[in-house]
Design a protein around this ligand. Sequence first.
Ligand code: GLC
Ligand code: MG
Length: 249
Amino acid sequence: MKFLFVTDLDNTLVGDDEALEKLNQLLSQHRQEHGTKIVYATGRSLALYRQLLTENQLLEPDALIAAVGTEIYYSDREDEPDPVWSAQLSVGWNRDVVVATGANFADIVPQPASEQRPFKVSYFVTERAAEEVIPRLESLLKERGVDAQSIYSGSKDLDILPRNSNKGLAVQFLRQQWGIEATRTVVCGDSGNDIALFSVGEPRGIIVGNAQPELRQWLKANPAEYRYLAKADCAGGILEGLYHFGFLS
Ligand code: GLC
Ligand code: MG
């Protein structure tokens, strides 16, 4: 039966070439035979996604969720993000105020220009500074009337996004468009920006064996039978989870 396969890229789908080749082959066959849909959900901008494509053998996805869920691209309209989704994110968002507020904090360093997007402002922050700085930044943004959320990943990346967007909400948007149930959806990830994939609705979830501490901690606090912590890393862990849930047999 057809299902919706959603995966993060860095250190989830990508990282073990041999396992990736096997997974690609099985997914590609499943898509051909059953109409299974393949979606990548990445923190990368479209530019950095394209760079990754030059370095790895990836299947062409049916949709690409980029910039931590703030942009959705389809294979037949590659350069223009879904305008309906973008319009939803504009409500309550003010990018200029986020940038000006961020500039008050010496401990947060802006990421490269390619990763600064219309609905995503990104910084590098050490783990030590993060604990103290993020709550202060959040409350200042609230005071200034910006409806934002902060997402911390891999003990270094801090993304500020509109409240109503993240990877999980973007997947929900696609599910509604395509008419696919959460129970026929499987999401895979390794780090903080993937938590929303697992927590929006109740999709089947695969946490790869090499997951970051922030995701492991979250899983410990939010265990469920539809969330599976794999033993193997990266694509090997994804394969393990797909068999565990019976999406592959
Ligand atoms: C990717 C993006 C970066 C983001 C990080 C975590 O590495 O390029 O901008 O901060 O994912 O979401
Ligand atoms: Mg990742």
